[in-house]
Design a binder for this molecule. Sequence first.
Ligand code: FAD
Length: 391
Amino acid sequence: MAHHPLVVVGSGPAGIAAARAYLDAGGDGPATLFTADVDLPYQRPPLSKEMLRDTTSAPHVVPILDDEQGLSGVDVLLGRPVAHVDPLHHTVTVGDDEHTYDRLVLAPGAHPTPLPVADDDAQVLYLRSLRDARALSTAAAHARTAVVIGSGFIGCEAAASLAMRGIETTLVTSEHGPQAARLGAHASEVITGWLTELGVRLVTDATVTGVHAPRTVHTDDGRTHAADLVLAAIGVTPSTDFLQDSGFAMYDGRIVVDERLRTTMRDVWAAGDAVHAHHARAGRTLSVEHWGDASTMGEIAGGGAAGHDAEWSDPPGFWSEIGAHQLKYSAWGDGWDDVSVTERTGGFTMRYGRDGQLAGVLTYGADDDYEAAADQLGRARFSSAGSGDDQ
Ligand SMILES: Cc1cc2nc3c(=O)[nH]c(=O)nc-3n(C[C@H](O)[C@H](O)[C@H](O)COP(=O)(O)OP(=O)(O)OC[C@H]3O[C@@H](n4cnc5c(N)ncnc54)[C@H](O)[C@@H]3O)c2cc1C
């Protein structure tokens, strides 16, 4: 049984940042990182954007760290999923082996939610890992038509990228318009315009009732959509099955952590898409699925494992690219009851409110508004859910 001062689970931004921050904070090395991924750590955001638009035979992969040295001191063990964690005995099980740890950071992220109505033999693609992206690029290289199911950011980005490759692309969504529920009608109309300009055909208010082999999508309006490529992007599910029976407090499949990213088990921290974390400024627990936040949380968790406590307090947010258009979004992400739109030449700013307080901002071509609102969110301090004082 091997012993490790630090074990990290997962090679996404949260896991890598945790290992790096732990070592930078003077934690005893090496950091041992087990990952289910078979590829060296890479950035996921380009997978639905530049990489999917790239029609060369070997699309460019962006490493997670600019500098190879960034991984020095970290033993990255690829294709080695952790099957079980026993926090009482400080062990993780990988294959047939048990490993003991002094400190553990869990950063297993999430995986695409499978489309429940697809037949087993239907050829439905998903997009999370580099391996998925390669399969998607290969399918795209031979496709004349594509159906993308789901109008979240990944669905919209992927549909735009496929259309930019010259593929006749249909986006099927149960929403009234892309992102309508999350961002409101105005933003949805703008995104609709961008997608249709690229040639994406939108099928809205339509629920997928089945996908039959090889690739025919059926919707509840009685229509069928056959394509050379079907991509389902209906959301993600936290990759936490391996923690069943480990005794961690969980919420909706996510690991519950406090604002210092500590789990309910001694010497175990968790970060990224797989957590439900208390946010020091929002004053409530949030689940976010953003690259930058996963990295920030990883830094806090890894620093904490080395004895340097910090709090998760930056407002969450991400930037998305739909075709040539970049949207910037920063928000608590758990709802709004009011929205205002300011149009400006070549762009707009949407400010979301909740209980009379700023709850988020979405901008296009309005970086100064984005910075100002993100700064305002960053200065907020709420004491309890739903009621807050902007200080
Ligand atoms: C195509 C795509 C585009 C995106 N674009 C954007 C964007 O533009 N902006 C943005 O903010 N966010 C974007 N995201 C979301 C962002 O990538 C995620 O929020 C982020 O990757 C979460 O980081 P994480 O470290 O928590 O998890 P992940 O990146 O999912 O990494 C989890 C790691 O854990 C490993 N793992 C899982 N289970 C185990 C196990 N049992 N044992 C060992 N290892 C395990 C996985 O193999 C993986 O290496 C995008 C996501 C995708 C898929």
